[in-house]
Design a protein around this ligand. Sequence first.
Ligand code: GUN
Length: 281
Amino acid sequence: MIISGKELSAKMKAAMAEEVKTFPEKYGRVPHLAVILVGDNPASVSYVTGKAKASAEVGIKNSTIRREATITEEELLALIAELNADDEVDGILVQLPLPKHISEDKVIAAIDVKKDVDGFHPANVAALWQKQPCTLPCTPKGIIRMLQTAGVEMAGKEAVVIGRSNIVGLPVSKLLLDQNATVTIAHSRTKNLAEVTRRAEILVVAIGRPKFVTADMVSEGAVVIDVGVNRDPETGKLCGDVDFAAIEPKASVITPVPGGVGPMTITCLMENTIECFLKNR
Ligand code: GUN
């Protein structure tokens, strides 16, 4: 079974659009998401465009604020402070990565935690690991939603996550643990990686290398979640971290790239924006 993140996203966005329609009467306005894009990295431009498009579909107000790559850290922090103080901004997202002269840690920590729709603020991360209410990071949240919708039981399963980033690997491992899976976090330096991944009943791959996971690394019947967004070096087309053609016949469930995890990330961002709007009323 191929899980279409695109289809599930369309359903979720349609349901959110119905909900948002009722907001002007109930609350006087619709939620407002501010997205800051620094520089013109093509992948970032494309992500930010996707966020604006999804906002329009859901009926959320989106302000995409573009700044030159030469912006200073001080100027960027001042812009965030302005958005923090604006009562009509519910969510603030700074598209990553940032130019090297700007500290991503400082920028993330500067966002008002109540407006942290990415769930990257240290207070949100701490709350997640301490089992406190928090904003869940969008990609991990989207992955769990896809698994639940596909009817994949996570409790008691052996899950292997390849990747240990703050954005995906670490938080998705925590969410799988919260679903009572037994989780192994592997990475590019894991010895005998294929031996580890073959034990996986659920395999999540977020390493950012085209076709990193080959058929010999996956057991028959495994659930395979591909978080990769890469360019195929041969065809130049978008591809995941998983050799889809070779693994699809073995997997019981698999996500495609494009059209899998990517759309779910953006849809969960819409959900987080609505959550922040409602919580801060
Ligand atoms: N860059 C890649 N993924 C993300 C994301 O989920 N949020 C932000 N802010 N930047 C990203």
